[in-house]
Design a protein around this ligand. Structure first.
Ligand code: HEM
Length: 144
């Protein structure tokens, strides 16, 4: 169960990144064309994949051996990363993406929704890229 969820969470990162990049790129192009918002499903797909990742992450948080609450966790960079840093930054990123999606829908001037998606999703993407345990960060995680 743990191994399966870990593989799913690890692999899903690529779909999250892909759909966030596609949502940002199409938002940029629709914004410059002054198209009415929404135009296409990319912002919604980016939101859905990010939220599925959130659910998997929450389950992992309770079963992972790399999440611990004993004293001394803050001194171990790997335990600290998964117990504190990864979850905090990812939650901020996901809240921003969710806020961007719902704010874009409520924008009165139609083309502005694309700009909202562009800004919120871009900040979210940067935070996500910064908090992924990439193999070169030596946090015990792989590429897939
Ligand atoms: C878009 C958001 C997220 C992305 C892209 C992401 C990505 C990743 C990746 C790539 C790993 C390494 C997997 C491996 O070992 O190969 C990981 C591990 C982990 N993630 Fe996330 N994550 C996200 C959000 C979250 C959230 C919100 C939580 C908690 C609520 C979470 C909890 C964890 C935990 C506990 C591990 C360590 C699992 C282990 O090795 O035992 N993740 N995450």
């Amino acid at each position: 169960m743990y191994k399966m969820l870990l593989h799913a969470h690890s692999g899903l990162r690529w779909l999250v990144l892909l759909f966030l990049v596609l949502a940002i790129a199409t938002a940029w192009s629709n914004w410059s064309k002054k198209a009415d918002y929404p135009a296409g499903k990319m912002p919604l797909l980016g939101l859905i994949f990010t939220h599925v990742q959130l659910v998997l992450g929450f389950i992992l948080y309770f079963i992972s051996p790399k999440v611990q609450f004993a004293s001394g966790v803050m001194k171990d960079s790997m335990l600290r990363f998964y117990t504190v840093e990864h979850i905090s930054l990812m939650l901020i990123a996901i809240v921003l993406i969710t806020m961007g999606y719902s704010k874009a829908k409520r924008q009165t001037e139609k083309a502005r929704g694309h700009k909202t998606i562009y800004t919120f999703y871009l900040i979210g993407l940067i935070l996500i890229l910064a908090s992924i345990p990439w193999p070169f960060r030596n946090l015990g995680a792989g590429w897939f």
